[in-house]
Design a binder for this molecule. Structure first.
Ligand SMILES: Cc1ncc(C[n+]2csc(CCOP(=O)(O)OP(=O)(O)O)c2C)c(N)n1
Ligand SMILES: [Mg+2]
Length: 581
């Protein structure tokens, strides 16, 4: 036996050994794919750069953003649209922190999302020895999400991801944090043992069947109503129980009020839709059935002036028992998943359920028609510069003609007025600021909506709102996504007319550069930029964009004096009694 032969033998043994090994990088990728999670939204850097490359090579779609917050909002809304956790991937400390707002937003809005973040070395971080991007990320994430996990050993990657997935989607969905220290990625283990360590999450969001007594109680309360109302929340949209919800609404004959992201669950043009008679139905109803909607600030906590004088009984359908009695007494709590609860209600109604009293249904319809007729002429004006109604009248028709398109919407006036004006026709087609009214969700949502659904996206953005996420137009161009962004440019936050009452040369706190050309921004990246000064120009530009699918940004010039402070929620501003007017 010569020395050379021995060496060759050794080399072969090493190669065999390598083939039998796997590592943290591969195990995370394998675990994601094993559970059908094939899209990642993130920003690369130490320690996850190679992970992103390898994930892409392994067939996962990895979308790189310009800022983690936008990647996080994309992941959050991907969760809402798909009922699978959206994955956001960030680097340690600063990248992680940039992703946290979106994680908290996902939790607040009940969107399933997993923020996977690389982190620095435990041994150094825990002794506070000044590691590269040192931060105790797990501790910081905990209060902002449903669950937070850290994986220290490659053999635990499978179970770690399984726990994260189940926590994100089961029960009331929400954000989950998964901490992966840098060292984990390089850890090696036997490939076969690695394969066996993967866990497929079976029945990740098990049905939660409501108690028969709860269903009976709810139907008794509903039957007793003279002026019933159904409120559909975004939980109802998330549930994807669209047919059952339609059946319940139509079989009961009860007017329904969709919350913002539940618009389109049934078309806004449905004869029972009370969207345009909101204040009337909230005031005058006597029994209110909430389906996946919460009695938070958006519904004035279920009490006070908005809800009128007459006593009210609430029926609430929610998967989270703690939601019941959050603000007022719930006469008939129905706890379970929305699909199961609505199906049980329909079954309990039997074959000859009486329709809601005709007098009430007719009164609601009349009020709604009156309000729609009042608004109609305002939507047809061709003023230049545009006011909100003239511009929104155009966009309303764009969506009417393209009901499959997804509408993303943020801003103050731009949000509140668009919500009222633009009718939706299909479920989960309207995405917006959600429970917090957070600015900056627009581009992340637009990107995820295009990626997850393949449908064209129309993003209607206040100029301030757009500023929080505008750099992602490069991302939209880079991935050539069918997104048309319309910036409602009124030169400021709420309005562009404020003056600095101190008299100095600084502009007022709510105004931006006059005559800004947001359309130029997208041209820098090869997209289509258009300046639109009248509803006619806006119509032509939006239609061209929606039909071509080319990344487009339209600078819609809005009268700086057209808006009102904080849109529809100006009443929430605290007032100073001392402030000079
Ligand atoms: C993250 C975040 N920061 C700040 C705010 C406060 N805020 C509410 S609406 C708004 C911008 C409204 O202006 P714009 O988007 O231009 O809409 P407009 O009313 O002018 O149409 C701001 C900054 C917020 N909601 N979220
Ligand atoms: Mg503005």
């Amino acid at each position: 036996m010569t020395q050379a032969t021995t060496l060759k033998g050794e080399a072969r043994a090493t190669a065999d050994e390598t083939q039998e090994l796997t590592d943290g990088f591969r195990l995370v990728i394998d675990a994601l794919k094993f559970n059908g999670l094939t899209t990642i939204y993130g920003v690369p850097g130490i320690p996850i750069t190679d992970f992103g490359r390898m994930a892409q090579a392994a067939g996962i779609r990895v979308l790189s953003f310009r800022h983690e917050q936008n990647a996080g909002y994309a992941a959050a809304i991907a969760g809402f649209l798909t009922k699978k956790p959206g994955i956001c991937l960030t680097v340690s400390a600063p990248g992680f922190l940039n992703g946290l707002t979106a994680l908290a937003h996902a939790t607040t809005n009940c969107f399933p999302m997993i923020l996977i973040s690389g982190s620095s070395e435990r041994e150094v971080v825990d002794l506070q020895q000044g590691d590269y991007e040192e931060m105790d990320q797990l501790a910081i994430a905990k209060p902002l999400c449903k669950a937070a996990f850290r994986v220290l050993q490659a053999a635990d990657i499978g179970i770690g991801l399984a726990r994260a997935i189940r926590a994100a989607v089961s029960g009331r969905p929400g954000g989950v944090y998964l901490d992966l220290p840098a060292k984990l990625f390089g850890q090696v283990m036997n490939a076969d043992a690695g394969r066996k360590s993967l866990v497929k999450v079976i029945d990740a969001a098990p049905a939660q069947i409501p108690a028969p007594a709860a269903i009976e109680r709810a139907l008794d309360v509903l039957k007793s109503a003279k002026r019933p109302l159904i409120i559909l929340g975004k939980g109802a949209a998330y549930a994807q129980a669209d047919d059952a919800i339609k059946t319940l609404v139509e079989k009961s004959g009860v007017p329904f009020l969709p919350m913002s992201m539940a618009k389109g669950l049934l078309p806004d043009t449905h004869p029972q839709c009370a969207g345009a008679a909101r204040s009337t139905v909230l005031k005058d109803s006597d029994v209110v059935m909430m389906i996946g909607a919460r009695l938070n600030w958006l519904l004035s906590h279920g009490k006070g002036k908005t809800w009128g004088e007459a006593p009210k009984k609430f029926i609430q359908i929610d998967i989270e028992p703690k939601e019941m009695d959050s603000n007022v007494e719930i006469a008939a709590p129905v706890v379970g998943d929305i699909g199961s609860c609505v199906a049980a209600l329909i079954e309990g109604m039997g074959g000859n359920w009486p329709l809601a009293p005709a007098e009430w249904a007719t009164a609601v319809k009349a009020k709604r028609e009156e309000n729609v007729a009042k608004m109609a002429p305002r939507l047809m004006n061709n003023n230049s510069p545009m006011d909100y109604h003239g511009a929104l009248g155009v966009l309303r028709n764009v969506i009417k003609e393209r009901p499959d398109a997804i509408l993303v919407n943020e801003g103050a006036n731009t949000l509140d007025l668009a919500r009222g004006v633009i009718d939706m026709y299909k479920p989960r087609k309207r995405l917006d600021v959600g429970t917090w009214g957070v600015m900056g969700i627009g581009m992340g949502q637009a990107i995820a909506a295009a990626v997850e659904t393949g449908k064209p996206v129309l993003a209607v953005e206040g100029d301030s709102a757009f500023g929080f996420c505008g750099m992602e137009v490069e991302t939209i161009c880079r991935y050539n996504l069918p997104v048309c962004v319309v910036v409602f440019n009124n030169g400021g936050i709420y309005r562009g007319t404020d003056v600095n009452s101190g008299g100095g040369s600084d502009p007022a706190t709510t105004v931006f550069v006059k005559g800004a050309r947001y359309d130029k921004l997208i041209e820098a990246f090869g997209g289509v930029g258009v300046q639109a000064e009248s509803p006619d120009e806006l119509k032509r530009a939006v239609e061209a964009a929606m039909d071509s699918g080319k990344p487009t940004l339209i600078n819609a010039v809005i009268d700086p004096a057209a808006g009102s402070e904080s849109g529809r929620i100006g009443n929430l501003n605290p007032q100073s009694v001392l402030r000079k007017k």
